[in-house]
Write a protein that binds this ligand. Structure first.
Ligand code: NDP
Length: 295
């Protein structure tokens, strides 16, 4: 197998360029999905308190025979657990469900724009967890430029990662450029198109895009592999999700070909500016809040 490229976070911690996502993976399918991912070579799993499958992620890793220290575990604090004490407790819940003492990367799942003070208090808790060695790196998700700017005014630790929707139809270049300027790694969620979101809104799937299809044919690869390669060559972390072993393996088999500058530019040109996921500014406890169960 070709060497797997690594990315280095702003505090020196490393992770592999392609990780494995488990959003919308039902708990009873999560163990087999994570198991298939570890067998295919993935060493980074992205889950979240809100996904309801941290326990199964932890169990799959523990039973896999792969050393815990070789697997990079990332999870997210949900908005209902924002606030300093609440987020410290949120870490305890997640760590216990995952069955680990230390989490590799802990991030805030969303900004809470209408209650940004709570968001800042949650981030201060992440800084405490980092200082105490309970987590190896901290970051955020779905933070737009205005949220990052407000956070950096108060933070003592620059987030290592901002996990955001990035795929050929929605590139968020302003957020990515801000991250590059401040040393915040862009981590692409829905890296092959957030297909479910787009399907729901009647948008054509990136998997059926003719430009991506043509590039895929030229390399003897699939459209999903071309999109993942685009992320890798542009220096992003990407965390594709699948529950199907063949697709899980396919999505990790992207290290043996190279897109040309023209092909990268052709994919860049597909950006529609249309978001598939929820509008970050609209996230509020009233609409999205729900309790995260105790471990
Ligand atoms: P992805 O872009 O990874 O697409 C997943 C979808 O594509 C699933 O329907 C999957 O179906 C299908 N699929 C996977 N591989 C292939 C393939 N090779 N060919 C064809 N279809 C394929 O979207 P996600 O929304 O799942 O995002 C990935 C991860 O990002 C999540 O799992 C989660 O970890 C994270 N995320 C974070 C969010 C946040 O707010 N921070 C929001 C959304 C996601 P099937 O399983 O049937 O193969």
């Amino acid at each position: 197998m070709p060497a797997i490229p690594h990315l280095t976070l702003n505090n020196g911690v490393e992770l592999s360029a392609i990780g494995f996502g488990v959003f919308q993976t039902p708990p009873d399918e999560t163990r087999s999905a994570v198991d298939a991912a570890l067998k295919a070579g993935y060493r980074h799993i992205d889950t979240a308190a809100a996904y309801g499958n941290e326990r199964e992620v932890g169990e799959a890793i523990a039973r896999s025979g792969v050393d815990r220290s070789a697997v990079f575990i990332e999870t997210k604090i949900w908005i209902s657990d924002y606030g300093y004490a609440e987020t410290l407790h949120g870490f305890e819940k997640s760590a216990k469900k995952l069955g680990v003492d230390q989490i590799d990367l802990l991030i805030l799942h969303q900004a809470l724009p209408s209650e940004f003070g709570r968001t800042l208090a949650a981030y201060r808790a992440l800084e405490t967890l980092l200082a105490d060695g309970k987590v190896r790196a901290i970051g955020v998700s779905n933070f737009m430029v205005e949220h990052l700017t407000a956070l950096l005014e108060k933070a003592t630790v620059v987030p290592a990662v901002n996990q955001i929707e990035v795929h050929p139809y929605f590139a968020q270049r302003d957020v990515q450029a801000f991250g590059v300027r401040h040393g915040i790694l862009a981590q692409a969620w829905a890296p092959i198109g957030g297909i479910t979101f787009y399907r729901d809104s009647g948008h054509r799937s990136t998997l059926e895009d003719p430009v991506i299809g043509e590039i895929a044919t030229a390399h003897g690869k699939s459209p999903a592999q071309v999109m993942l390669r685009w992320h890798v060559q542009q220096g992003r972390s990407a965390i594709p999700k699948s529950t199907k072993p063949a697709r899980i393996a396919e999505n990790f088999d992207v290290f043996d070909f190279e897109l040309t500058a023209e092909q990268l530019a052709a994919i860049d040109a597909l950006d529609t500016g249309k978001r598939g996921g929820p509008e970050p500014e609209a996230i509020a406890l009233e609409t999205f809040g729900r309790p995260i169960p105790e471990a």
